[in-house]
Design a protein around this ligand. Structure first.
Ligand SMILES: Nc1nc2c(ncn2[C@@H]2O[C@H](COP(=O)(O)OP(=O)(O)OP(=O)(O)O)[C@@H](O)[C@H]2O)c(=O)[nH]1
Ligand SMILES: [Mg+2]
Length: 264
């Protein structure tokens, strides 16, 4: 039994060697330059294919809407999807999710890549849901109520701090757009004012949080440059500020942000 097996293997080996010899003979007949060129082309296409495959997998079309309760995320979600705000929004209890071509792009000819938009409720009990979506996020829109800004500044900054120090956001350098919503109201604060106030608040938070973590070690990432006043420009991920009004449909800056990170 055993000898039969080894015999078969021997036979196979001889055949393989002959085949190899023939292959080498054949290769010898081809001029070397032609051979190298052929090999080069083969190698190049393989690398190109591998590269495309990698590139394809890492591209996400998910945009996450986050921010405090009442900031206007759900209104913006409907504006982006339908071009209207669906009167009578109530505090959301579940994340709102949808994959669609933006309303303003629906008349465009040709193929437009749909966006996967997630509106995560601002209620503190539902916030842990955010982490699930951060894994796939190509960008985060952080919505701030620009009218009722001052009483909410601390809470909004804390939420934003948690997002900016989240390990996924830091490692993947997920871009963040701070969207100052409700700009239709005359009492709305400007985006520059909001940016400065939030930077100040995060600066304070940074000091208090690092004091806590020395005693009880957390793996939170630290923000900014030690010894310098905090500014969003110090973040490794891109943090930008925009103004919008979900109510009147002035959301072009949000759409621009989305299309910058989810190519059509
Ligand atoms: N004036 C004005 N009011 C707005 C605007 N956007 C939203 N609102 C109002 O703000 C309130 C809250 O809006 P929502 O979209 O429900 O807020 P949300 O962020 O989804 O809140 P949660 O679901 O609780 O997290 C609603 O009464 C809206 O009518 C805006 O651009 N301008
Ligand atoms: Mg909502």
């Amino acid at each position: 039994m055993m000898s039969k097996l080894t015999e078969g293997m021997e036979q196979w080996k001889i055949e393989l060697e002959q085949l190899l010899q023939q292959g080498i003979e054949f290769a010898r007949q081809i001029p070397p330059t032609q051979l190298y060129a052929a090999l080069g082309v083969l190698l190049f296409t393989t690398i190109l294919l591998l590269f495309f495959q990698l590139f394809k997998r890492s591209k996400s079309n998910t945009i996450v809407l986050s921010g405090l309760s009442g900031s206007g995320k759900t209104v913006i979600f409907y504006q982006l999807r339908d071009g209207s705000y669906h009167q009578g929004t109530v505090t959301s209890m579940e994340p709102n999710e949808g994959t669609f071509v933006l309303h303003t792009e629906s008349s465009k000819k040709g193929k437009v890549k749909p966006v996967h938009l997630v509106d995560v409720p601002g209620h503190s009990r539902l916030r842990p849901k955010l982490e699930e979506f951060l894994h796939q996020a190509a960008g985060i829109v952080f919505v701030v109520d620009a009218v009722e800004f001052l009483p909410n500044c601390r809470a909004a900054s804390e939420y934003l701090y948690d997002i900016l120090t989240n390990s996924i956001v830091v490692k993947k350098k997920v871009p963040v757009l701070i969207c100052c919503n409700k700009a239709d109201k005359v009492t709305a604060h400007s985006k520059e004012f909001i940016r400065k106030q939030m930077e100040k608040e995060i600066d304070k938070l940074r000091a208090s949080r690092s004091a806590i973590s020395e005693a009880d070690v957390t793996n939170d990432f630290t923000l900014g440059i030690p010894g310098e006043a905090f500014a969003f420009s110090q973040c490794h991920n891109k943090v930008t500020v925009a103004e919008a009004s979900g109510l009147t449909g002035e959301i072009s800056q949000i759409e621009q942000f989305i299309r910058e990170h989810v190519k059509p």
